[in-house]
Design a protein around this ligand. Sequence first.
Ligand code: G6P
Length: 611
Amino acid sequence: MCGIVGYVGGKQASKILLEGLSKLEYRGYDSAGIAVRNDDGNINIVRTKGKLKNLIEKTNNGEDLEGSCGIGHTRWATHGEPSEKNAHPHYSEKDSVVVVHNGIIENYAEIKEKLIEKGYKFYSQTDTEVVANLIDYYYKEIENDPLDAIKKFMLRVRGSYAIAVMYKDCPNEIYAVRKDSPMIIGIADGETFIASDVPAMLKYTRDVYYIDNMELAKITAGKAEFFNSDEEVIEKELVHITMDETAAEKNGFEHFMMKEIHEQPEAIKKTINSIVEDGKINLEKVGIDAEKIKNYNQIFIVGCGSAYHVGVTLKYVFESIAKIPVQVDFASEFRYRSPLLTEKTLVILISQSGETADTLAALKEAKKHNVDTLSIVNVVGSSIARASEYVLYTLAGPEIAVATTKAYSAQLVAGYLLAVQFAKERDVIDDKEYKNLIEEINAIPEKVDEVVNTQEDIKHLASMFSNVDDVFMIGRGIDYAISLEGSLKMKEVSYVHTEAYAAGELKHGTISLIEDGTLVIGLLTQKSLIEKTLSNMQETKSRGARLLAVATNGIGAAKSCDYVINIPKINPYFSASVAVIPLQIMSYYMSVLRGLDVDKPRNLAKSVTVE
Ligand code: G6P
């Protein structure tokens, strides 16, 4: 988590750093800071609590900080509350070393004690201040070799980090190192950029180097040199990024979340078109072949948050269409439960960012067992994509709002297509069914578009329910999987307490929470299951609940529910793609009506690069 930036070149660094941070705020936004070296050789540091706009104000939009070499940071707190004192950049006692850090130093407490014994004093509660002082300690101990000091630091610490370091003694130089946290270096004419993610530098360059684990970089104006942990020089290839920069603008929408809700039909269509050619699924780009697909006898799907919910949906889809057993795990749990991975296992990792630390750790665990790994990832070149054997890219484009919408939708269709191809290669379906299923998937964007563009009723419902205290979302089968995502969306952006429940399970305890006025949203897209779900909804109505149904057109829910949102008819296997849309829209409007920060909800971050 956290976003880091750096700049060395001929321009005023502070402005470029602030611009870069504004593109990385999705990685954390509880405090921010920048450090810039001025012509006298002093490193000036400015930090603020709260969102980046506070730092912009405090520095007079960067005007107050002279100098053309600097680093910056936007924080999502791990060690130490969000405060100015705990904000980065952090510095060693005499400002000789200034650092920004993304990640966690696990053994920081023990190192801190040792440094205190050696006379170091600390002003913050962060693990990053330990980084600054430890590097300072090694730098002095080994006669001022900046690279060697960082190398010694790498050997001494445990945990994950992407770190940019400025030494007071080294004008116009920044040193960078990473382990399990992302970092890229961009090069333009006479300028060099550092960032956690590409959008932070797209305005200035599209030519970047990816630093790999345990590699160091020395950055000067227009130049980057790379070293392995033995300090041997490494040659790296410059990668040209083709991402569309305007994707990170709001284009007339009030919030990114609503813009991205509207971009869903396109994101889904592009993802489908990237692997469906002439009515057939072509996984050549993914790299997995028919023999492999035939050989697997079980699949594990692993992800976090919404990506996990895609996994829950895909379990139903894979098992129904392709008849292969699927287990779904939270990435943070997967490696702690000794999953039984065999040579016939495929592990599918799902991640928008491709950087989620829990998912990356699960991927590494799978690789340790020598099983095949396939990732469904949105960000090209991200750590998870690069470490997986096979990659299926979703083409949702950059997603800025913290609560995912279009990436989730693109992941779903990527998964459906995989399931259909598995069914075909394993001879579970015939050509006719194969063709039908692909046609049904091809029709999803149009149906999603229909819901996205008829928002008035949903907006009205949001205004009716924006002050509720509790919402329960219930369903059976795929409808349960949809409830999970709908409930998370509402929690994330509207701060209303919501719970998703398997409809039949509600009566085994949770029904005691139903009171007069509690909102129960029932998902009704699975024809064979709706009668049972409707009965469970009625059980809550008898105890005072108000009932809202999200139901496939013509499925017959209207009579017994207080309110109904109808969605277009769709093959039940793929209903999550359409039924989730009204829940996203309702969550959005509830958040707006409650006066909340829709795109940057409290305590969250889009890309969580700590375990
Ligand atoms: C964070 C975000 C969630 C997201 C999850 C997984 O917790 O707030 O919205 O679903 O990470 O992210 P990923 O990038 O791996 O899909």
